[in-house]
Write a protein that binds this ligand. Structure first.
Ligand code: F42
Length: 144
């Protein structure tokens, strides 16, 4: 595996560190919300390095939905470009780790279906969608 390059954002980096070093028994929730997170390990599209991004845990069947909301910020998070360039990821959900492949949701009907699941798992996504001056990218990760 290529070299791990931690994110420069401290609170996110700290969560990755705690989540991974505890084998998925600590640091698994978003700050004080009590809502569960996953860690998506993927590959930087420019550096080729290993990147680890915590996201909310949105379960869809035996896969996960990954939402590029970044709090409704004007720009897509850069992990979106990494996933578009290389769809092979590893997902840690607490103590379990799965090899998965992602695909971006393009179809409007499918997007409506999964968006409802996303908002149920993490209600602020709806607010982020209304705030963001962009279409929030949504991916489905499925077992390989
Ligand atoms: N972000 C979300 O978008 N959705 C969520 O559901 C979500 C939940 C969440 C839960 C817990 C938590 O701790 C964080 C959470 N976040 C969520 C924030 C998320 O983890 C990311 O921090 C956020 O989405 C921003 O992603 P980003 O990929 O833009 O990260 C930035 C800060 C970052 O790490 N940038 C690096 C840097 O050096 O500036 C570059 C990282 C990178 O992938 N570089 C690429 C490479 O080749 O290595 C190049 C990418 C390019 O195209 O330029």
């Amino acid at each position: 595996m290529s070299e791990y390059i931690p994110t420069p954002v401290k609170w996110v980096r700290d969560q990755v560190e705690l989540y991974e070093s505890s084998g998925g028994t600590q640091g698994t929730e978003l700050l004080d919300t009590g809502l569960p997170c996953i860690i998506v390990t993927h590959t930087g599209n420019k550096t080729g390095g290993t990147r680890k991004t915590p996201l909310m845990r949105v379960k869809d069947g035996n896969g996960y939905v990954l939402v590029g909301s970044q709090g409704g910020a004007p720009k897509n998070p850069v992990w979106v470009y990494n996933l578009r360039a290389n769809a092979d990821v590893e997902i840690r959900d607490k103590t379990e780790v799965f090899k998965m492949r992602v695909r971006e949701v393009e179809d409007d009907g499918e997007r409506d279906r999964v968006w409802a699941i996303c908002v149920e798992a993490f209600p602020p996504y709806e607010e982020y969608k209304n705030k963001a001056p962009r279409k929030i990218p949504v991916f489905i990760a499925e077992p390989v």
